[in-house]
Design a protein around this ligand. Sequence first.
Ligand code: PHE
Length: 340
Amino acid sequence: MKEKLQAIREKAIASIGEAKDLNTLNEVRQELLGKKGELTAVLKGMKDVAPEDRPTVGQWVNEAREFIEGHLAEANKKLQSKALEIRYEAEKIDVTMPADEVKRGNLHPVSLVRNELSDIFTSMGFEVFEGNEIETDYYNFTALNTPDDHPARDMQDTFYLSPEFLLRTQTSSGQIHVMEAKKPPIKIISPGKVFRSDDDATHSPMFSQMEGLVVDKGINLCDLKGILETFLKKLFGDGSKTRLRPSYFPFTEPSVEVDVSCFQCQGKGCKLCKGTGWIEVLGAGVVNKKVLEGCGIDTDEYSGYAFGIGLERIAMLKYGINNIKLLFESDLRVLSQLDD
Ligand code: PHE
């Protein structure tokens, strides 16, 4: 019996030594001390031992059990600290490692320009009005005194959705909505997307404008010049000069194109201003009486001015971009350089 128990002990030490992790060690414990274990079998066989020998054999069995339990406990401790070490190793953080670079996004240059212009105009008392991108022919043309045979109505320029509906070609359509909804005094800007069937280095089928409209008592061209001068100084710097040139828009009379002195060469003449010293930045004019009357505004009492600014054009000037496509290709290598 003694040898048998000794054999059990040796086998136990061997299998405990082989257990490489806590799970295996638990299995080994079951095999050694569980119901089906060899030691249990010995205990079950006690009935065959002579009664006088039972205390001694019982003691041997108990000693063997304690011996095995001792070894199991020791192995358990070792494997536990080994498991902890493995975990620590896996979760190790090297605080001296350089941090991952977080790439900060930036606003699109056209959004930057729109925000800057909105800030300038709202600081001068303008309210922001949101127009519609889909318009009727009436709001985009007829109400803006654009007769049927005007070139701007040509199918070439306008995306018609149906004979009545179209994608607005100008934010000027918003002027009519504002004047229909509100009595003067009116002082609004209206930024938004516009659409024209045009496509080259400086034109895109979709681009953005910011409309301005002021209607009040005694408004004239001088007021327009004053506000645009202030605006352009804020946008291009205090030294900027403004020049109005006669032009034609059906909905303004008189109409003007507005130039700003070249901010790159201070008017001396360079590549940007094509040697002229001036850069064209927007169209404007005194609101045509026919437009005001069409909106039920008494032209004996009220008059107004309007202007329309192309935002991509301003962005291209400001950021030195020579092709409008760069603004719409979503190439992050380009866009991430154009931050303020
Ligand atoms: N709507 C004109 C355009 O798109 C610009 C403009 C707006 C001109 C307001 C005069 C007054 O070209």
